[in-house]
Design a protein around this ligand. Structure first.
Ligand code: ATP
Ligand code: MG
Length: 365
């Protein structure tokens, strides 16, 4: 916090600079009466301005302008004055000043007043930051809505187009089958997107239901792998590896399903069909560590930091379809469960995502 001092009386100025300088960053102005409006310090930023009557007399318009410019954030002004002079303060000067301190200045009283004013300033700044964040979130949401609508338009157009084509009479049966298949694919991609959006909204609104149930984790993973293979229409190898004996753990099944589905489908999607995907599970005393590794296209280092932002996709995805929502969802559910997610990847070598989920903290007894 930075304090700007405009005090005409040399002795007071020195004292104030000395006392306050021990606790705060202090900037001391020269004599306002001598320098007039040409004071170089008038454009400096500060969190509290300390003035005496003579300085205020010259600077009240500037003070009002600065306070006005910072609105709605509170910019405090402390006036040093003789008790006797208080009644001389005119109404517009009252509006400029937030606190008074009588001369001769008492050290402790000064410190207390300065501290109180700076606290109000701090709170006001925090409030402003929160408002700013709220505004950003609003923007993010409208961005989200427009992106989703955009993503929906494409498959909808495809469906409408092929449905129209199907109306043609005498269509050879293989063309008919092809059109049906294209419609099917578009419906699938819309369903996937819709699921992402719904999950995202749900997580954002109030988090997933945090019911943790005892789960036989290894069989659960094997079943899920089968589901994912069917869902992705692939018979590729997904190797499951359970490092130590993982038995029943208290874990939120929906959270685990969401994380694994997203990570495994990514691993399949971003690697060649003949390659292998590994799912490794490690049960520790207080956490489950899940690792999904592939031999795919990898993620350029520059993209890795932004990977978990909604709609962010790495520069090397080429024509591989996707919306960039999956990892944002995963990160959100992982963090809500008190866990962490990390990525390590090398382009054209492969990618490993590691998720650590605590077994306490709502996931365990
Ligand atoms: P969707 O929302 O349909 O999942 P997506 O797969 O593009 O779309 P995310 O799952 O959020 O979105 O992944 C974000 C980006 O991270 C991907 O676009 C891709 O660039 C990169 N990525 C994620 N997983 C892998 C992986 N296993 N190998 C290579 N790149 C990956
Ligand atoms: Mg994905």
């Amino acid at each position: 916090m930075r304090i700007l001092i405009f005090v005409e009386q040399t002795e007071n100025r020195r004292l104030l600079a000395d006392w306050l300088g021990r606790y705060y960053e202090v900037v001391v102005g020269e004599s306002v009466v001598q320098a007039g409006k040409a004071l170089p310090l008038l454009n400096e930023s500060f969190d509290l301005c300390v003035l005496d009557g003579a300085a205020l007399h010259h600077l009240w318009e500037w003070v009002q302008a600065r306070k006005h410019a910072e609105q709605p954030v509170f910019l405090p002004v402390l006036l040093i004055t003789l008790q006797a002079d208080v009644k001389l303060l005119t109404r517009h000067l009252w509006q400029t000043v937030d606190e008074l301190i009588g001369k001769p200045i008492e050290k402790l009283e000064l410190r207390a007043r300065v501290e109180m004013l700076l606290r109000s300033r701090r709170l006001s700044l925090q409030l402003q930051a929160a408002l700013e964040q709220e505004r950003e979130l609003k923007q993010l949401k409208s961005h989200f809505v427009s992106m989703v609508s955009h993503e929906f338009r494409n498959p909808l157009n495809v469906i409408a187009g092929f449905a129209r084509l199907l109306e043609q009479p005498d269509l050879p049966s293989e063309r008919r089958a092809d059109f049906f298949q294209r419609i099917q694919a578009a419906v699938n991609s819309m369903t996937a997107l819709l699921n992402d959006v719904l999950e995202f909204g749900k997580v954002e609104a109030n988090g997933l239901a945090t019911n943790s149930v005892p789960l036989a984790i290894a069989p659960f993973c094997r079943e899920l792998i089968e589901e994912i293979k069917v869902g992705n229409n692939t018979d590729r190898t997904i190797e499951f590896n359970c490092e130590n004996e993982c038995f029943t753990v208290h874990v939120n099944e929906a959270v685990l399903r969401q994380i694994l589905t997203n990570l495994l489908s990514n691993a399949i999607k971003y690697s060649p069909p003949c390659s292998t995907v590994w799912l490794r599970l490690q049960c520790q005393a207080e956490a489950v560590v899940v690792q999904v590794q592939d031999e795919g296209i990898g993620i350029p280092l520059a993209d890795q930091v932004r990977l978990f932002e909604s709609f962010y996709r790495a520069s090397n995805v080429g024509k591989i379809p996707g919306t960039g929502l999956g990892l944002a969802i995963v990160k959100q559910v992982v963090e809500q469960a008190g866990g962490a997610i990390a990525v390590s990847s090398q382009v054209n070598v492969g990618t490993t995502f590691t998720v650590t989920l605590p077994l306490s903290n709502g996931l365990n007894e």
